[in-house]
Ligand binder design. Structure first.
Ligand SMILES: Cc1cc2nc3c(=O)[nH]c(=O)nc-3n(C[C@H](O)[C@H](O)[C@H](O)COP(=O)(O)O)c2cc1C
Length: 235
């Protein structure tokens, strides 16, 4: 889905409202990781319109690249069925607070609905150091200063498709901010992994949110964005 600049304006308005209210409880954003903005879209027939990324705080242009899987998932030691992936909900909070282009990374071969089958596939992919193909690769990341890499944690690291994404571009001079949802592993090895995948980039402070508690993450997300200089500090 491609969202026109008006949608970015709406997010800017939401950001202003949220910043003004301070500590506002953010609910799950409807936008989630759904592709937003004009650089954040599949390659192919949909050519990006140049210069459409909206500058945010201090003129910084932000890309939020997100991989999230709905379906059967881990939940406090048991299982639950997620209609929307946890990281997609978290990404919706970020995109409601700051102007950014959102790119939802889709696997060319979708991951199974079953949790156990997904665990098994991920173990295979990690063992093989695989780079699962992306269905909708971004054309370029050149216009962005800051790239938020958002995903769940699978077997203590980001899903291997995040390595596919991170190794597809030159992030030299950009700031990478890891953003994860997880059960107990926090950021896992994402900081180390992105440092390796994105030589020349600065890996900034990451944020890890427990998947089961993602709907309460709004205040923490706001503080993190403030510390990253992407959201004005409250007065
Ligand atoms: C294949 C698989 C492996 C996982 N491995 C871990 C893990 O090692 N550590 C952890 O804390 N959580 C692990 N989890 C839980 C997920 O990180 C957590 O549910 C996350 O919020 C999922 O994000 P998503 O719904 O956006 O895909 C795993 C989940 C899956 C599906």
């Amino acid at each position: 889905m491609i969202t026109k600049p008006a949608a970015i304006s709406r997010r800017s308005a939401l950001r202003g409202a949220a910043a003004g209210l301070g500590g506002v409880l953010l609910t799950a954003g409807a936008t989630g990781c759904t592709a937003q903005g004009t650089d954040a879209m599949p390659s192919g027939d949909d050519a990006p319109s140049p210069g459409a990324a909206v500058p945010g705080q201090d003129g910084r242009r932000v890309l939020l690249a997100c991989f999230s899987r709905a379906g059967e998932n881990y939940h406090y030691g048991g299982r639950t069925k997620l209609d929307v992936g946890n990281t997609e909900i978290l990404a919706g909070m970020v995109s409601a607070l700051i102007p950014c282009d959102v790119h939802r990374i889709e696997a060319a071969e979708p991951y199974p609905e079953s949790y156990d089958a997904t665990v098994a596939r991920n173990v295979r992919e990690q063992d093989q150091d695989a780079r699962p193909a992306i269905l909708n690769p971004l054309a370029a990341v050149g216009r962005y200063d800051t790239v938020i890499l958002a995903s769940g944690i699978w077997n203590v690291r980001a899903p291997m498709i995040m390595a596919t994404f991170a190794e597809s571009y030159d992030f030299t001079g950009k700031t990478i901010l890891p953003l994860t949802t997880h059960a107990m592993s926090g950021l896992g090895t994402t900081v180390r992994d992105y440092r390796q995948s994105c030589p020349g980039a600065t890996i900034g402070e990451g944020l890890a949110v427990k998947g089961e508690e993602v709907r309460n993450a709004g205040p923490g997300v706001g503080s993190w964005l403030q510390r990253a200089g992407l959201l004005p500090a409250r007065r």
